[in-house]
Design a binder for this molecule. Structure first.
Ligand code: FUC
Length: 747
């Protein structure tokens, strides 16, 4: 009998849990380690038997300090930049903008690593056997266990949101040595503390060890002096001390129970069963390798739930929003600085928030929008002489809103506007009127005011357009890219709808409606494609990862199968031209787009490209062994895009009758549309999902067999007129709050 056998879960049980990632070997690379996070701190657990490495972050450790990036009085050059663009002198316009219109400094700041907690286990006499490490998504706990001689070793690690600490528990009180290591030099380091500074940020991390009963618990806390983007006057030492004292007083069992309860309150809202096969008995890394040639639908469910797990881990109330790597980062020079790139990436991070029932995980983003509306008002005034607020294609901890990097792609005006549409979506999903009135509306209105002032009339067509701007990351600086027009049209419509619901600003509402009708429309070009720009200049061979002009299909809903069938077909043609291969997040977007095109098998094909070993694709796409999505090297948006896309295959609640010109009752928040299994891939023959959410405040459960609906249950939170659709049939319903409505395939 091994000494601690009773404490260990049987490996066999773990291996069969559909919500577990597990491996037969420790992590060698960072993208093999297992993530835990509490919205402030993240940790990556490597699981080496005798030398455990827990690499950790705190998400306010960034380079830089409070700073206004705005290029003051840049508006003086705006007219000339526009004139040059209209005269076809793009290079001259970009050169002038590079000199006179860019952020100061031109780059924003970078998210940083914090340190490593290294644990050396002493006295292990024999090489480990029966090794297994795992991450249980359901409890949010990662564990490592193995035997050495007659001793069974087991440890677990979790990140507690309520207690703000990382908790490491070593069962059986093995002898060990602990060493904290800072990711920065110089730093003041002892075995159980590190403190130092990165430019304006001062940080501290500290552990305390508690010996309780049959185990040892190490509590790790970290904090900085960051209070908000303009104030770094907090005391990291006092913060860490207070956190540790409170956590220590609770003890391991209470911390663990509290963590599980907190995590499950969010995580368990949605269950997804796509069927079980033998393929799922293998370790996760092997399942990724096998996915292309075996039937393993349960891996799709795991990828889906992993995205939800990552959102819970990286975006919790009171903290920072999820950045390009969520909050997991081991580098002080991470790709794209691990900032907030909002010409797709930051938004994609939040695509699964509402429909997969993690609505409150968006609140950190909305807090950031409040900051951005203040910082971005200076940029709006100084660079466009406009009211309201603007965010270009990136922001950072210091809420830089001016155009960064280079004028050919940094000057993109609709980052703030796109983010503001998330406020409206949050309202549509939750029906929370107080949120609409107090938080959403003022921000949405500010985002719209900017475009009332900053849009111009195109001299050639007489339409209203944005500019200077770009179609994200290609084609250079232009006037009036399609994506901008779609975003502004949606934003204006949403502000109109919100002002109507709230009884505010009727004059503004009329003004927005008038302007919205004059924004240059979506156009079909000579290849039958949806034009990406004002001019018909798309290259059908263009495989660019961005497919920005398809915004109106997803995440927007102005191009729809039944409202705008011609544009819908053209948009589909554009996506066919772009192809099925792409980098990580781009594939995440394509899954959602093909789902909105109601083509489940095509969405599935993209998902198969996404769920393949990253190593086979020089790490430009695919999944790493720990299921992190590749985008050289790792970017979390691909995970979130995949989760949102899988949900979008099963349930859609955007109005499929929408058009760019008039807001439908669904888009205006007056009615709801529930489209059941709109893009079910033939590979997902059987399944059962509970807890998805539809716009209108509706909980949705769906069960299907052999590719056909068996039963759907709608649970509206509010009285609502709902159209339910399945397999071409529709049914109207006047639903009452709190009642269940059950449908079979005949509706
Ligand atoms: C956008 C993308 C890149 C990358 C970066 C963080 O600029 O075009 O692929 O994801 O964001």
């Amino acid at each position: 009998m091994k000494r601690f056998l009773l404490l260990a879960l049987s490996p066999c049980l773990l291996a069969q849990s559909p919500l577990t990632l597990w491996y037969r070997q420790p992590a060698n690379l960072w993208v093999e380690a297992l993530p835990v996070g509490n919205g402030r701190m993240g940790a990556m657990v490597f699981g080496n038997p005798s030398l455990e490495r827990i690499q950790f972050n705190e998400n306010t450790v960034w380079t830089g300090g409070p700073h206004d990036y705005t290029h003051h009085r840049a508006y003086q050059h705006l007219a000339e930049i526009r004139e040059l663009l209209w005269a076809g002198q793009q290079k001259e316009a970009e050169d002038l903008a590079m000199m006179e219109f860019m952020s100061e400094p031109i780059r924003q700041k970078a998210y940083q690593a914090l340190g490593d907690l290294n644990l050396t286990v002493l006295g292990m006499t024999e090489l480990p056997t029966n090794y297994q490490r795992s991450l249980d998504l359901d409890s949010g706990i990662t564990s490592v266990e193995f035997d050495s001689g007659t001793v069974h070793y087991r440890r677990e690690v979790f990140a507690s949101y309520p207690a703000k600490v990382i908790v490491v528990h070593l069962f059986g009180r093995p002898l060990f040595q602990e060493a904290l290591k800072s990711a920065h030099t110089p730093a003041t380091t002892t075995p159980d503390s590190i403190s130092g500074a990165v430019e304006a940020i001062r940080y501290e991390a500290r552990t305390v060890t508690i010996e309780e009963g049959d185990g040892v618990t190490i509590l790790l806390a970290a904090a900085t002096n960051f209070k908000n983007y303009r104030d770094v006057s907090a005391d990291p030492h006092a913060r860490v001390e207070a956190t540790l004292a409170a956590a220590k007083a609770r003890g391991y069992a209470a911390l663990r129970a509290e963590h599980i309860a907190d995590h499950q309150k969010l995580f368990r809202r949605v269950s997804l069963d796509l069927g079980q096969t033998d393929a799922q008995k293998l370790p996760t890394d092997e399942r990724i390798k096998n996915f292309a040639h075996t039937s393993d639908p349960s891996l799709v469910a795991l990828v889906f739930q992993f995205g939800r797990y990552l959102l819970i881990g990286s975006s919790r109330t009171g903290g920072q929003p999820a950045n390009l790597q969520g909050l997991w980062n081991e580098s002080n020079n991470p790709p794209w600085d691990s900032k907030y790139t909002d010409n797709i990436n930051t938004e994609m991070n939040y695509w699964p928030a509402e429909n997969t029932n993690l609505s409150e995980c968006q609140l950190p983003l909305f807090d950031a929008l409040k900051d951005l509306s203040v910082a971005g008002a200076i940029t709006a005034k100084e660079q466009y002489n406009a009211r309201g607020w603007v965010v270009h294609h990136n922001f950072d901890l210091w809420r830089g809103t001016a155009p960064i990097n280079a004028s050919n792609h940094g000057i993109w005006q609709t980052g703030g506007a796109w983010l503001a549409t998330h406020l409206w979506e949050h309202y549509l999903f939750t029906g929370d009127k107080a949120f609409l009135r107090d938080t959403a509306y003022p921000l949405m209105k500010g985002a719209a005011l900017f475009f009332i002032d900053a849009m111009v009339t195109d001299p050639k067509t007489g339409y209203l357009i944005t500019g200077p701007s770009n179609s994200p990351e290609q084609g250079g600086l232009v006037m009036g890219p399609t994506m901008d027009r779609q975003i502004v049209r949606s934003l204006f419509g949403e502000v109109e709808a919100a002002s109507k619901i709230l009884g505010f600003d009727s004059q503004l509402r009329d003004q927005l409606a008038g302007m919205r009708a004059k924004i240059a429309p979506d156009q079909i070009g000579k290849y039958g494609q949806l034009q990406e720009w004002m001019e018909d200049k798309d290259d059908p061979k263009n495989k660019h990862r961005h497919q920005s002009h398809l915004w109106g299909v997803y995440p927007g809903s102005e191009i729809t199968p039944y409202g705008t069938p011609d544009l819908f077909k053209a948009a589909q043609q554009s996506l066919i031209f772009r192809g099925d291969e792409a980098t990580g997040w781009s594939m995440g977007w394509k899954v959602n787009l093909w789902a909105r095109f109601l083509d489940g098998d095509h969405a599935w094909k993209i998902l198969q490209n996404l769920v393949q070993p990253a190593s086979d694709k020089p790490a430009r796409a695919g999944l790493f062994p720990n299921l992190f999505d590749a985008h050289p090297p790792f970017q979390i948006d691909g995970n979130f895009g995949a989760t949102a896309g899988i949900a979008e295959m099963l349930l859609q609640s955007a109005d499929p009758y929408g058009t760019p010109t008039s807001l439908t009752p669904v888009q205006a928040g007056e009615a709801a549309f529930v489209n059941l299994l709109p893009a079910l891939p033939s590979a997902l023959r059987n399944g059962h999902v509970t807890g998805l959410r539809a716009r209108g405040g509706i909980g949705v459960e769906i069960e299907w067999k052999s590719g056909k609906l068996v039963k759907a249950v709608l649970k509206p939170d509010f009285d609502k007129a709902i159209t339910v659709r399945y397999a071409g049939k529709e049914k109207q319903l006047r639903a009452k709050a709190g009642q269940n409505y059950t449908f079979g395939p005949e509706l």
